[in-house]
Design a protein around this ligand. Sequence first.
Ligand code: HEM
Length: 397
Amino acid sequence: MSASPDDHTTPLAYPALREPQCPYQPPSEYAKLIEHDGLVQAQLRHGDRVWLVARYDEVRATLADRRISADITNPHLPVPVHGRPTFARMDDPEHARLRRLFTSAFTVRNVNALRGSIETVVERTLDAFASGPNPGDLMRDYALPVTSQMICLMLGVPYEDHQYFEEKAAAAFQLDLDPGVKKAAFTEMFEYTRKLVNDRVPQPTDDLVGRQAAHIAAGELNLEDAVMNTMGLLVAGHETTSSMICLAILVLLEHPEQLARIRDTEDASVVARAIEELLRYITIAETAIVRVATDDLTIGSHRVRKNDGLVMCLPAANRDGKFAGANDLDIDRDAHGHLAFGFGAHQCLGQNLARLELQIAVPALLRRLPHLKLAVGLEELRMRLGILSVEKLPVTW
Ligand code: HEM
């Protein structure tokens, strides 16, 4: 088949809405995408038509193809606002040059060195949560404080400002908001971050903002790139993992036997395997991976033309037949190779931090509050799409 995503009249609205009775399950349309031979046309919320790539092997092959670009200065890249680029929206070699500034901070070894800090933050946050109002909101009062404090610590951003930047980030990156409102939130956050980085240049500190300030002082990095790097990490560092903590707890409350095994085990490898499976099963990054074809190419048996936009439907790819019984949660499964963090050059920089935060924050909560329950019906939860999340997660214990 050879057609531009613009040719078709009835594209799938993407991301598709979720069943209120089971909001953590991918919409039924996604299962059909895996069965379909070829790519499917979709229309993103902001209007762009794209091809959805949904099968596991095709997602990996596409993300490894050099004719596929993440460059936000390309007007055909299907994103709502073409603003300033972070390295996540650049191609190599510029992408690799900027990403390299951070890779050592996020290696397994260096993230493991943060274990004690994560445990302290989790325990302190749990003390406050458990003695706070019951029912409580697990998102606002547990998941967000844990992930925000950790990324602030790594970057050297004052945690006292968290309410400000969490609000701006939520507005700048929420799918359904007016582009003008999103742009205004982005600009405010840019100015906040610019001051933060600039103030550090005369006296660089030993954190990720300070290290960039030292590169600026040495003439090796420009201020604008440093600001965008910092904003990207600040947002990715708290929004994604806090969603995953809440959705992991939600899914486990619906699978009480598997919840009990995670709560009661002393074997860290059981927890680590369970977290990989939860990452696969939930797959929060629905619209994170957007690309544009820079040349004509074939994906599977499907022709894609130069300038066509592409989105990787990771929730579908992670439910592909590659994982036996993919629609069942099985915390004993080896979910290794899942695509929840993407694949290829742009694969998630913060994945080791996200894993460790989840491995600590999820069992710690289950142990501290063994009678934890959802305080509302599943259908009352308000989901955010794009990076799948829940606005509030009211729980009781
Ligand atoms: C459960 C939590 C997380 C999930 C599911 C997730 C998912 C992803 C995915 C799918 C991508 C690929 C985007 C693409 O190919 O265009 C990505 C990239 C990225 N993530 Fe994450 N992420 C998580 C946590 C984090 C954290 C905690 C950080 C930072 C501390 C982070 C920082 C980044 C950055 C900087 C990129 C861009 C990498 C590049 O373009 O080279 N992420 N993430």
